[in-house]
Ligand binder design. Structure first.
Ligand code: BV8
Ligand code: ZN
Length: 258
C-alpha cells in the first residue's frame, strides 16, 4: 500500500485504539468485492432499470411483475456470493468492543449477518424477507426462488421487505441506528456514496452531536472508499482503496502493540 495510505491507516488505528464506542455505516461498496453490483456504478441505471421503476412504491403499483423480476434476480445473485474479508474484518472489530459496537448498513444483501456481525441494523430492510401487502405479515423466505408474483396465505400479494425511495425507514431500526451514531466516538463510513438520506445524515450526526462520557465531543470519522464522496469533507481520516483489503489491514494494525 502507498506510504500515504500506510500513514492514514496508522492514524486510523490510533483513533480506534482509544475509541469508547464505534459505529460503522456501510453501503453497497463493502459488498462489491463479493460480486454484488453497486447502485451508482451503472450511471444511475440499476441493472438496466430506472430506480423509480424498481425501487419505489409507485413502480411496484405500476408493474409488480417487473419489480419482482428485479428482486428475484438480486436474490439469485446474492445466493451465489459470500462475505468478503471486509465483512469479516468488521466482525473482528466487533469482538473488541462487543455491545459498544454496531454496524448500520444500507445494504439488503444480508452479508454482514452471514459474516457473523451481531449488533447489526439493516435500515433499508433485507432481500431475505417479504412483507404482505394485505395482512402485513413479514416472513424470512431465505434466498430460494420465489414465484414471479408471490402471494401470501391470506391471498394478498407479497412485496420485498425493503425500504423503497419515498418510503420511511422502520422506526425501531432507525432509532437504534441514530442512537449508535450519536453516541459513537469513532464512525467508520465504508463503501457508500453518502447520497441517500436519511442514512447519510448519520455522518454529520456523529460528527457534530456525538456525546461521549457525557462530554459532547464530535466523533472521529474515518472514510473507507475507492474514491472521495459527498461525505469526504466530514472525514477526519480517508482510507482510499478496496475495503476488502483496507479493513483487514486496519484490524491487523489494531492487533499489533501500539
Ligand atoms: C425517505 C433499498 C421520505 C432498495 C434503498 C426526491 C424525491 C423523493 C425522495 C427524495 C428526493 N430527494 C431526496 C429524497 C430522499 C431519498 C433519497 O435520499 N434520494 C437520493 C437518491 C437523493 N430517500 C428516500 O426516499 C428515503 N425515504 O426519504 O422517505 C419520507 C419521510 C417521512 C415519511 C414518509 C416518507 C428512503 C431511502 C432508501 C431507499 N432504498 N435501498 C434496494 O436496495 O433494493 S437505497 C439504495 O441506495 C441502497 O440501499 C444503497 O445502499 C443505497 C445507497 O447507495 P450506496 O450504498 O452508497 O451505494 P452506491 O452505489 O451509491 O455507492 C457505492 C460506494 O461504494 C461508492 O462510493 C463507491 O466508490 C464505493 N465502492 C465501490 N467498490 C468499493 C467501494 N468502496 C470500498 N471498496 C470497494 N471495493
Ligand atoms: Zn397476508
Amino acid at each position: 500500500m502507498s506510504d500515504e495510505l500506510d500513514r492514514e491507516l496508522a492514524r486510523a488505528a490510533d483513533a480506534l485504539r482509544s475509541a469508547a464506542r464505534v459505529c460503522v455505516l456501510t453501503g453497497a461498496g463493502i459488498s462489491a468485492e463479493s460480486g454484488v453490483p453497486t447502485f451508482r456504478a451503472s450511471d444511475g441505471l440499476w441493472e438496466g432499470h430506472r430506480i423509480e421503476d424498481v425501487a419505489s412504491p409507485f413502480g411496484f403499483e405500476r408493474d409488480p411483475r417487473l419489480v419482482w423480476n428485479f428482486y428475484n434476480a438480486r436474490r439469485a445473485n446474492v445466493r451465489t456470493v459470500q462475505p468478503n474479508p471486509g465483512h469479516h474484518a468488521l466482525t473482528r472489530l466487533e469482538a473488541r468492543w462487543d455491545d459498544r459496537f454496531a454496524v448500520v448498513t444500507q445494504n439488503v444483501d444480508g452479508l454482514h449477518r452471514v459474516a457473523g456481525t451481531k449488533n447489526l441494523y439493516e435500515i433499508h430492510g433485507s432481500l431475505y424477507r417479504t412483507r404482505c401487502t394485505g395482512c402485513g405479515e413479514v416472513a424470512d423466505r431465505g434466498l430460494d426462488a420465489l414465484p414471479e408474483l408471490p402471494h401470501c396465505h391470506c391471498g394478498a400479494m407479497l412485496r420485498p421487505d425493503i425500504v423503497w425511495f419515498h418510503e420511511s425507514l422502520p422506526d425501531d431500526v432507525w432509532t437504534a441506528a441514530v442512537t449508535s451514531a450519536a453516541k459513537c466516538s469513532v464512525m467508520l463510513v465504508v463503501g457508500t456514496s453518502a447520497v441517500v438520506h436519511p442514512a447519510a445524515s448519520l455522518i454529520p450526526l456523529a460528527k457534530r452531536q456525538a456525546s461521549w462520557d457525557h462530554v459532547r465531543r464530535p466523533a472521529i470519522v474515518i472514510e473507507v472508499n475507492m474514491t472521495r464522496t459527498e461525505a469526504s469533507d466530514l472525514a477526519d481520516i480517508g482510507l482510499y482503496g478496496p475495503s476488502g483489503q483496507i479493513l483487514p489491514k486496519l484490524v491487523d494494525l489494531l492487533d499489533q502493540p501500539a
